[in-house]
Design a protein around this ligand. Structure first.
Ligand code: ADP
Ligand code: MG
Length: 212
């Protein structure tokens, strides 16, 4: 590796660490860690999703898949950030080893933990959460974006208990009429169309309906 290449390699992380101070871990995924971080200049707290693309623990195919899906995740987030019920992507850094995606910090964490803790929700609260979720799915589908990993773990709550949809790691923007066949999502939450499609070669494929 030439010196220029080496510097290019580290440009992303260096810029990130110059601007943010990483803190405790908020969540973990297969190839990502989400940490609380503080912007040094403003002392505002954010959440950073660090996606590891170092090849030691990955096959070349897995590596390529993570890079492609992360590029898609970023491109979709840039399109939908700003919607009141979608997580805001504030900043983004990239190197040949890591991606850093800086989001608004959702202090109250996952809807999953909130539901587990509360067990029963009032009809009013349930209605507000469901309305926000349905509006956000309608908004995504109007742009032909399919999320493919809707679940309470990927719905986050801010200080005011507003919900925001996050984790666009399996999201895709579909061309009109395009069908999908890939088996992806989270086992306990898979849509029947995704399962049928994976078991039957003659299945015509699935589309945005899998989010419903
Ligand atoms: P993965 O693709 O690995 O599932 P996610 O984007 O869903 O990654 O993040 C994993 C977990 O990290 C989430 O389920 C949540 O607990 C936590 N997390 C992610 N983003 C934020 C955020 N903006 N604020 C607070 N916690 C977050
Ligand atoms: Mg997730």
């Amino acid at each position: 590796m030439t010196r220029e290449e080496e510097m290019l390699d580290w440009e992303g992380p260096q810029e990130f660490y110059a601007k943010y101070d990483p803190k405790d871990i908020l969540g973990r995924g297969v190839s990502s860690i989400v940490r609380r971080c503080i912007e040094r200049k403003t002392e505002i707290e954010y959440a950073v999703k660090v996606i590891d693309i170092t090849s030691e623990h990955l096959t070349p195919e897995e590596l390529e898949e993570i890079c492609t899906s992360t590029a898609q995740e970023i491109s979709i987030l840039k399109q939908v950030s700003g919607h009141p019920h979608i997580i805001s992507l504030n900043d983004c850094y990239e190197s040949s080893s890591f991606y850093f995606l800086v989001f608004d910090l959702m202090k109250r964490g996952e809807l999953f933990d909130y539901l587990t803790e509360k067990v029963t929700l009032s009809e009013k609260e349930t209605r507000n959460i469901m309305r926000a979720l349905l509006e956000v799915v309608k908004f995504l589908h109007s742009k032909n974006i399919v999320h493919r990993d809707l679940k309470p773990e990927n719905v986050l709550l801010d200080d005011n208990m507003n919900i925001k949809l996050s984790d666009f790691g399996f999201s895709l923007q579909l061309e009109q009429g395009k069908k999908l066949r890939e088996l992806c999502g989270t086992p306990g939450y898979l849509a029947p169309e995704i399962l049928f499609c994976s078991m039957d070669e003659t299945h015509p494929g699935y589309s945005i309906e899998v989010d419903l």
